[in-house]
Design a protein around this ligand. Structure first.
Ligand code: UDX
Length: 432
C-alpha cells in the first residue's frame, strides 16, 4: 500500500519506519524543513534504539520518503495517518491546532478515489463532526475517518509497534476496517475493532490506568515509610497476583514523559466536558505531584542538617530523562527537582547518558558533568533520578571515595539497601 504519515515526531517516525519495513511505500510529511532534510539523510532528531537503522534501511530500499509537501504524497496514498502532537493547554485540554491544520492540508490534496484518514494522535472524544466538516470544506472525493491509537513506549518503540499487545481499529465502516486489517496483517496482537469514540477512549483509559498504578505504588510507598514496611516486598506480593501484575507498580519520583501526565489531565478535562468529575484521576495527578516534594524532603533530611537547610550543599543528580533509554525531557520529574533544589540554594551537578543536550535547554542554574563519577566528585549526596542500567552497575567503593559524604537518595529504588549500607552509605529509598 502507499501511505502518508503526517508528523515526524515519535509516533509518526516509528509508524513510518515500521510500515515501510513491512513492504509498504511510505511518505512522511512534516512542516519543519530542517527536520525533513535531516531525516532524508537518516538523522533522527531524538534518541530511540534501532529507529535510525530502520529509517536508513528503508530510505535505501526506496520504500520510505521524507517531504514537506502534502502534494507530493497525499494524492498517491490510500491511507493518511495523522500523527501530529496534541500538547496540553493551560486548562489541561489538548491543543488541536496541529491536528486541524494537518487534516486541512491533507484534504486540500486528496486525489485518490478514496482516502482513509486515520488518526493516531491522541485527541479528545467528540471531534468527529468538526474533522469531517474540515475535510468537506476542501475535498469532494471520497474519504472516511478512522482512529488507530498508538501504544508505543519510548525506548522500546520499534519493538512495541512490531509486536504490540493489541491493535485497535476505530471505525464502523467495513471498508476502513478491511484496509486497516490488511495493513496490519503481518503484525501480531489482539484485534479490537470498535467505533471511533471507543478507540479514542481506549487510549486515554490505557494511559490513565498506567498512571493510576504508578500513583498507587507511590501512595503505598509513603504508607510503608510511615509504618516501617518495605514497599518493594509489599508490591511484589501484590503484583504476584496475576489479576494485578507487577508492571507499573514501581514507586519513584512520579511518572513523566510526553503522554501520561498530559493524558491524565486531558482525560479529567474530557470528563468535565461530559459532566463527569473524574476524582480518581485528580488524586492520581495530585499523588504524582506530591512525589517531588517527598523526594526533596528526603534530600533535606539526609544532607540538610536539623533545619533541612540545603544552602551551599553540593548535590549530584544521576539521570535527567523521564525514564531510561530515551533523551526525552518532556515533563521529566528531574526538571522540577533541579529547580526546587537550586531554589533552596543547593549547587547541583547532573549527568545523564543521553538527555544532557535536551536538559540544558530546559534546566538552568545547574552544572553538567561528563560522566556519573565526575558528577558525584565532592558531592554531599548522590541522587538517583533515572534508573539507567549504568547507575545500577556503579562501583560503590569508588563512588564512596569520590563523594564528600557517603549518602544516596535513591528516587528509583535501584540499589539494594542492605548492600549499600554494608558499603558504609547512608541510604534513603522510596518507601523502604
Ligand atoms: C506511555 C505508555 O506506556 C505508552 O503505552 C503510550 O503509548 C505513551 O505513554 P512512555 O511515555 O514511553 O509510554 O513511558 P512509560 O514507560 O509508560 O513510563 C511513564 C512514566 O512512568 C515514566 O516517567 C516512568 O519512570 C514512570 N513509571 C513507570 C514509574 O514511575 N513506575 C512504574 O512502575 C512504571
Amino acid at each position: 500500500m502507499t501511505i502518508t504519515v503526517v508528523g515526524a515526531g515519535y509516533v509518526g517516525l516509528v509508524t513510518a519506519a515500521v510500515f515501510s519495513e513491512l513492504g509498504n511505500k511510505v511518505y512522511c510529511v512534516d512542516v519543519v524543513p530542517e527536520k525533513i532534510e535531516g531525516l532524508k539523510k537518516g538523522i533522527v532528531p531524538f534518541f530511540e534504539p534501532s529507529l535510525s537503522e530502520f529509517i536508513t534501511r528503508n530510505i535505501k530500499a526506496k520504500r520510505l520518503f521524507f517531504t514537506t509537501s502534502y502534494k507530493e504524497s497525499v494524492p498517491k496514498s490510500q491511507i493518511v495517518f495523522i500523527c501530529v502532537g496534541t500538547p496540553p493547554k493551560e486548562s489541561g485540554e489538548a491543543d488541536l491546532t496541529y491536528l486541524f491544520a494537518a487534516v486541512e492540508e491533507t484534504a486540500k490534496n486528496f486525489n485518490h478515489g478514496y482516502t482513509l484518514i486515520t488518526i493516531k494522535s491522541t485527541i479528545p472524544i467528540g471531534f468527529e463532526d468538526q474533522l469531517e466538516a474540515t475535510v468537506k470544506k476542501h475535498a469532494s472525493s471520497k474519504f472516511e475517518f478512522a482512529s488507530c491509537p498508538e501504544f508505543l513506549r519510548e525506548g522500546t518503540a520499534i519493538e512495541d509497534t512490531m509486536h504490540p499487545d493489541r491493535i485497535v481499529i476505530g471505525s464502523t465502516s467495513q471498508k476502513a476496517q478491511k484496509i486497516l486489517l490488511e495493513l496490519h496483517a503481518s503484525i501480531s496482537g489482539e484485534r479490537i475493532i470498535t467505533d471511533i469514540r471507543s478507540a479514542q477512549l481506549i487510549k486515554y483509559a490505557a494511559n490513565s490506568i498506567l498512571a493510576t498504578k504508578v500513583s498507587f505504588a507511590n501512595a503505598i510507598a509513603v504508607l510503608c515509610e510511615r509504618m516501617g514496611a518495605d514497599v518493594e516486598k509489599v508490591l511484589a506480593g501484590v503484583g504476584a497476583d496475576r489479576r494485578v501484575g507487577r508492571s507499573f507498580l514501581y514507586p519513584g519520583i512520579g511518572y513523566g514523559g510526553s503522554c501520561l501526565p498530559k493524558d491524565v489531565l486531558a482525560f479529567i478535562a474530557i470528563g468535565r466536558h461530559f459532566d463527569y468529575d473524574f476524582q480518581l484521576l485528580q488524586a492520581v495527578d495530585s499523588i504524582n505531584n506530591d512525589q517531588i516534594e517527598n523526594f526533596i524532603n528526603k534530600v533535606k533530611s539526609a544532607v540538610g542538617g536539623k533545619e533541612g537547610n540545603l544552602k551551599g550543599v553540593k548535590l549530584a543528580m544521576l539521570g535527567l530523562a523521564f525514564k531510561p533509554n530515551t533523551d526525552d525531557m518532556r515533563d521529566a520529574p528531574s526538571i522540577k527537582i533541579a529547580n526546587h533544589l537550586t531554589d533552596l540554594e543547593a549547587t547541583v551537578v547532573a549527568y545523564d547518558p543521553q538527555a544532557m543536550d535536551n536538559a540544558k535547554r530546559v534546566i538552568k542554574n545547574i552544572k553538567f558533568a561528563k560522566d556519573a563519577y565526575s558528577a558525584i566528585t565532592g558531592a554531599d549526596a548522590m541522587l538517583i533520578i533515572t534508573e539507567w542500567p549504568q547507575f545500577r552497575e556503579m562501583d560503590l567503593k569508588k563512588a564512596k571515595k569520590l563523594l564528600k559524604k557517603p549518602i544516596i537518595v535513591d528516587g528509583r529504588n535501584i540499589f539494594n539497601p542492605k548492600t549499600v549500607k554494608e558499603e558504609g552509605f547512608t541510604y534513603l529509598g522510596m518507601g523502604r
